[in-house]
Structures are given as structure tokens and as C-alpha cells.
Write a protein that binds this ligand. Structure first.
Ligand SMILES: *Cc1c(COP(=O)(O)O)cnc(C)c1O
Length: 349
């Protein structure tokens, strides 16, 4: 396991708000539970990784922390990565490459160039001088094949390739810092459950790898895509099979049809939730996150009082799952639940 060092720290260079707040999610969201089911009294906390930065998205920052730290010390000349047209990962990486003055090429799934009008994610990337290459689905499927990658590397003259979603073994490193922040901020007993959305599985693997039994009793992933079995394999591939981890499992009841798929029920839930404008009070030892010196240029800081808000691809599904599981009486009375807000609100603009 890599050891997180806070002195030699890329976070400072990017004005990342760390530790991100750990907030108690208070009363008014229980309006979603009125007269339904057998909801027990539970305590809900949220790790607000959506507040890490004004541009760079929550868990995508965590997953890129180690590669970026390496870039800071020995900058590559050209980075290549993959993603869909709304990719939080490409958006975060594109911004970081721009700040570090590294050339960036994004291979994007879908023939979007034909539509001419770029969505906001792609517009941002273009404004940050990213080289956007659009490929059809068949070509995109080759994104992990050795020969294809070797060919791309040569054609594009890229010296570093980062996989889709930033999901590689290195990605777990940044989750170590997030868990350390939660440990510092948590007072009282451990969490009975930690919930987070699952896409490629790297974030969940990072939580599983780093979470001690003094911090939580179990970890529950909420599958954001329809892939029972596959998601478990994705998580497992990052873990050491001989290490005794906390109990973990993935719940597959809340994918709403698949990746980026939604239903009226989900969009309505997100809308109503966002209208609550839950400005959850910060009640932890880390009430005042460190304010970091600006090193690169104008900071794009997030505002601490930004209300808790959801998008339907990841956080919406995860909060919907939390609400439903509470309603169903899944959590024992007085459970202390932590939900990790993994960010990603840029994709919903
Ligand atoms: C990518 C992403 C996830 C999924 O993380 P994985 O490490 O791929 O499982 C969850 N939430 C948001 C907002 C994301 O952008």
C-alpha cells in the first residue's frame, strides 16, 4: 500500500479543499419518508467530496491524486485518456492537465463531432485545449486492448495513458486520504454502514482497502449500472485476496435500467431533494477546512455552504437507495450511516 504523505502534496497546488466537510444530514430530508414503510430512527452523515473543488469532481480527484502528484514531480509531455461525452473523469483530468501545462488527448465514445454542438463537458475540455478524438462504440471497446493502446500511444505520441474513469491500482491511493479525513472528523462510535455509488469499482475498492473496523462495520456499494457479478469482479480485482477486509457487498436494486439511465421516479426524487437546499451544518472537528494557499492561478474554490445536491447518474441513485433502505427498515434503529457524495455535478449541467 502506498503511504499518503500530506507534506508533499499536490492538493495545495490545485487549491483543493481538504479535508472536505463531514456533515450531518438533518431532518428535512425525512419528508421523503412520510407515512411510508417502517423507517427507523437513524443518523445520516455525508462526506462532501462534491465540495473538493469548483471544477474538479469529487472521487475523480481522489483517483487522480497519485498520478497528478507524479506529474507534478516529473511532468509527462502528453497524457491520453478515455471517457464518455459527459465524463467527470475527462473533465477533471483535462482541467488538471491544462493547469500543469501538459498536452491532453481525450478519446471520446460516440460520434459527437457530427452534431457540431458540444455539450458543456466537451466545451470545457475544448476551452482547456484538450485534443478531442471521437470514436465509434466498436473502437471505444478496444480501450483496454494492448495492441490498440500501443498503436494509439505511437500515433498520438502520448507518454502516459490513464484508463477510463481514472480507474487503476494507483487510484486507491487517494481514497486512503479520504478515509483518513473521515476518521479524523468522526467522533463517537463507528459508522454502522458506509454507502457509495459504484461504476468501475475503484473508489469502492479504495474505501474497502483503507477502512479500519474502528471506522465502520460494513461497506455497501450501490451499483450505478446494471452489472450484477461484473461490478463485484471489478472491485475484487483491485483488492488483495489474502487481506481480511470489512464485510462489503454491492446492492443492484437501484441502477434504474443501467448506466446513465433514469426514470421519472429518480429524476423527481433528485429534483425534490435539490429543492430542499439542505445546507447541512458542519458539525465536526473539521468545521473549518484548511484554507490552502494558491499556487497556480486563480482559484476555483467551491463554496462551503453549497447545499447538498444530487445528479441522477451516481449520487441520485445512491441517495435514492439510502432513502429506500431506510424506509424498508433495512438499517437497525439508531444506525449511524455515512454516505459518500462522490461529486459529478458538472455532468448534469
Ligand atoms: C466515476 C464516478 C463514480 C464511480 O466511481 P468508480 O470508482 O468508477 O466506481 C461515482 N460517482 C461519481 C460522481 C463519479 O463521477
Amino acid at each position: 500500500m502506498l503511504t499518503y504523505s500530506s507534506t508533499d502534496n499536490i492538493e495545495v497546488q490545485f487549491t483543493i479543499l481538504t479535508p472536505s466537510p463531514l456533515q450531518r444530514v438533518e431532518t428535512n430530508w425525512t419528508t421523503f419518508f412520510d407515512n411510508h414503510g417502517q423507517a427507523h430512527q437513524v443518523e445520516v452523515w455525508c462526506k462532501r467530496d462534491d465540495l473538493l473543488h469548483g471544477v474538479i469532481s469529487g472521487n475523480k480527484w481522489r483517483k487522480l491524486a497519485k498520478p497528478l502528484q507524479d506529474f507534478w514531480h516529473s511532468p509527462p509531455s502528453h497524457v491520453l485518456s478515455f471517457g464518455g461525452p459527459y465524463s467527470n473523469h475527462l473533465h477533471a483530468l483535462g482541467y488538471c492537465c491544462k493547469k500543469l501545462k501538459i498536452k491532453f488527448t481525450a478519446i471520446i465514445r460516440g460520434a459527437y463531432l457530427k452534431e457540431r454542438v458540444l455539450n458543456r463537458t466537451l466545451q470545457d475540455l475544448r476551452n482547456w485545449n484538450a485534443n478531442l478524438i471521437f470514436v465509434d462504440k466498436q473502437t471505444y471497446q478496444k480501450r483496454t486492448e494492448k495492441n490498440y493502446l500501443a498503436k494509439l500511444r505511437e500515433e498520438i505520441d502520448a507518454d502516459v495513458i490513464i484508463p477510463e474513469g481514472g480507474s487503476q491500482q494507483d487510484a486507491l491511493f487517494g481514497m486512503q486520504a479520504m478515509i483518513a479525513e473521515i476518521s479524523l472528523a468522526n467522533s463517537g462510535p463507528p459508522f454502522t454502514s458506509i454507502l457509495l455509488p459504484v461504476g468501475s469499482g475503484a473508489s469502492m475498492a479504495g474505501v474497502i482497502e483503507n477502512c479500519p473496523p474502528t471506522l465502520a462495520k460494513q461497506i455497501i456499494g450501490i451499483g450505478a449500472l446494471k452489472a450484477e457479478g461484473y461490478l463485484e469482479d471489478l472491485v475484487t480485482q483491485f483488492l488483495n485476496k489474502d487481506t481480511p477486509y470489512l464485510p462489503w457487498h454491492i446492492n443492484h436494486d437501484f441502477h434504474f435500467g443501467g448506466y446513465a439511465k433514469s426514470t421519472n421516479e429518480l429524476t423527481t426524487f433528485c429534483k425534490q431533494f435539490n429543492q430542499l437546499k439542505l445546507d447541512t451544518p458542519v458539525k465536526s472537528k473539521l468545521d473549518t477546512p484548511l484554507s490552502l494557499e494558491l499556487k497556480l492561478d486563480t482559484p476555483v474554490k467551491s463554496k462551503l455552504d453549497t447545499p447538498l445536491s444530487l445528479e441522477p447518474v451516481y449520487s441520485g441513485k445512491c441517495f435514492f437507495a439510502l432513502k429506500t433502505l431506510i424506509q424498508q427498515g433495512y438499517f437497525a434503529p439508531n444506525s449511524k450511516i455515512l454516505i459518500i457524495h462522490t461529486g459529478g455535478l458538472q455532468g448534469a449541467r
